[in-house]
Ligand binder design. Structure first.
Ligand code: ATP
Ligand code: MG
Length: 561
């Protein structure tokens, strides 16, 4: 198994495993990541992936990728493929250990017959509504189904006829016979099998009865001889049921350990909601760069290394918490600061004419691609009389601390000359500033500062009008307007969507060295943030850039204002 360099901090799960190994309970560690292929993976899944694969790597054991594919109505091949792509992208490899709960359908059915034979399961004809009524509530015990006392032979025959397709969908179920008065509702005779005529992505029409998730998950772990079955806290109440199945069936019993799921601010995480966002077209798809999905984050320019660092940094604990999105974004910044080459781009261009620079003349400046990594080499930046700068870098009536362009003010053009703004040209009709007439100081080229010349505080980015590439830039913001949608009682998260989460800039210009930038390429537009070439809509001559993240966390200020 090839594994990326994961720094695995100690946590309570590692302590348990250490004890199990030291005490001789296990000789090796086998974990698994068990997605249900009913959607794309999100950053919460990354936590589980890094934990399970990380532990396997640390203990030189192995981690299985198992698809818990027990619900053919919601599962699709597209999701299976996407999950594999995302796990690999994160840097993990399951080798030959790819499994599917559906591989065990025959075994699981055998388990069902075994339970019937032992008197531990019965076929029940109550309607779903009746079953709900009989189940009781958290405060009241349930009541026994009238079918609970069916004889063993009758149950076995009915189960076989269920499998043979003799009954209508939903007309009967197989249930465990446990305890209708149990305080834990999961133990009140849970359904094990249902009748469902649906095409399964892997088993096609072979089956017309399907095991429930709870009857498949624990036993799949058992079949694969998982040593440590790690799952999120909501499965704590299911553990007694999984224990009961293993004991009743007398099969290998993995140890289940629960940990807290990851929640992030300003987003929703459950696949059901993400699917709604896709189906209702609030976003462009599962890989929309605003989505907390791994495919969305990849498209946005988040790196696998940053996501692994994030998962390590947040740690593994036992109490639910909400992690601030800025923690993830900081990991992305740290990673891209090292790996992303620098370039100049202008998002909202404002024309600058250097009145004392010869028309038709071009010169070239050479700049490092990365200030700290000479191995990345250099790039050539053409300079001429007609330039563009960003509108944000000019103010007609600037406050004292504004070290950029204003009437009569000087700035340095990054890698180039010092210029002074002599004249502001406005559109006569709208009053909008449309051009700055400036003069350059020929003694200051390439960053030079002649002796005795006053230093200028501001340095701004720019592009040469005749050489720049027109591109599209997409700026992304938080998916939701509020940090914690669950705190907004009675409000659907769809009412909390940030309507300004996507801004498309069609006038942007970038330096010509980017002409050949391939989809997925990451870079830093100096002073603006980290960006990447969109992996879907970008093409040569029509580059599209996604803003991955700003250089600093600007959100805190915006949210306060
Ligand atoms: P969702 O609630 O988003 O639909 P799920 O738990 O139903 O997620 P599964 O495909 O069943 O999705 O999850 C596969 C594995 O990933 C499980 O072991 C699950 O516990 C884990 N997992 C899912 N969401 C998170 C999360 N937010 N944080 C940590 N682990 C998670
Ligand atoms: Mg699930």
């Amino acid at each position: 198994m090839s594994l990326p360099n994961v720094q695995l901090a100690t946590n309570f799960i590692r302590n348990i495993i250490d004890e199990d190994l030291a005490g001789g309970k296990h000789q090796t560690v086998i974990t698994r990541f068990p997605p249900e292929p009913n959607g794309y993976l999100h950053i919460g899944h990354a936590k589980s992936i890094c934990l399970n694969f990380g532990l396997a790597a640390h203990y030189q054991g192995c981690c299985h990728l198992r698809f818990d594919d027990t619900n053919p109505v919601k599962e699709e091949q597209e999701y299976i493929d996407a999950i594999k792509t995302d796990v690999r992208w994160l840097g993990f490899d399951w080798g030959r250990h790819e499994y599917h709960a559906s591989d065990y359908f025959e075994t699981l059915y055998g388990y069902a017959e075994k339970l019937v034979e032992k008197g531990f399961a019965y076929v029940c004809d109550l309607s779903p509504e009746e079953m709900r009524e009989y189940r009781g509530t958290l405060t009241e015990p349930g009541r026994d189904s009238p079918y609970r006392s069916r004889r063993r032979e009758e149950n076995l025959s009915l189960l076989r006829r269920m499998r043979a397709g003799e009954f209508a969908d939903g007309s009967r179920v197989l249930r465990a016979r446990i305890d209708m008065a149990a305080a834990n509702v999961n133990l009140r005779d849970p359904v094990l099998y249902r009748i469902l005529r649906a095409n399964h992505p892997r088993t096609g029409n072979t089956w017309c009865i399907y095991p429930m998730y709870d009857f498949a998950h624990g036993q799949s772990d058992s079949i694969e001889r998982i040593t440590h079955s790690l799952c999120t806290l909501e499965f704590q109440d299911h553990r007694p049921l999984y224990d009961w199945f293993c004991e009743a069936l007398e099969i290998y019993h993995p140890r289940q350990i629960e940990f807290a799921r990851l929640n992030l601010t300003y987003t929703v995480m459950s696949k059901r909601r993400l699917l709604e966002l896709v189906n209702e077209k609030h976003v462009s798809g599962w890989d929309d760069p605003r989505m907390p999905t791994l495919s969305g984050m990849r498209r946005r320019g988040f790196t696998p290394g940053a996501i692994r660092t994030f998962c390590e940094r947040i740690g593994i604990g036992k109490s639910d918490s909400v992690i601030d999105m800025s923690v993830l974004e900081d990991c992305v910044r740290e990673d891209l600061d090292q790996s992303a080459p620098r370039a100049m781009g202008v998002l909202r261009p404002l024309k600058v004419t250097l009145t004392n620079y010869p028309a038709g003349q071009t010169e070239e400046f050479t700049a490092d691609r990365h200030p700290k990594d000479p191995a990345m080499g250099t790039r050539t930046i053409p300079f001429s009389r007609d330039l563009y700068v960003d509108r944000d870098d000019f103010m007609e009536d600037p406050p004292g601390k504004f070290f950029r362009l204003g009437p009569g003010r000087e700035v340095r053009l990054r890698y180039g000359y010092i210029i002074r703004c002599d004249q502001v040209i406005k559109d006569p009709a709208s009053g909008e500033v449309v051009e700055l007439r400036c003069s350059y100081d020929p003694e200051t080229g390439g960053g030079a500062l002649p002796e005795g010349r006053k230093k200028v505080k501001g340095i701004i980015h720019w592009v040469s009008a005749a050489h720049a590439l027109p591109v599209e830039v997409r700026l992304y913001d938080r998916l939701l307007r509020v940090a914690d949608p669950s705190a907004e009682k009675g409000r659907d998260y769809r009412e909390l969507l940030n309507e300004e989460s996507l801004e498309v800039l069609t006038q942007a210009l970038v330096e010509p060295s980017l002409a050949e930038a391939a989809p997925g390429t990451a870079l830093q537009f100096e002073r603006l943030g980290y960006f990447c070439v969109d992996n879907k809509d970008s093409r040569p001559g029509g580059l599209v850039f996604n803003r991955t993240v700003t250089l600093r966390d600007t959100w805190a200020k915006v949210a306060d204002s």
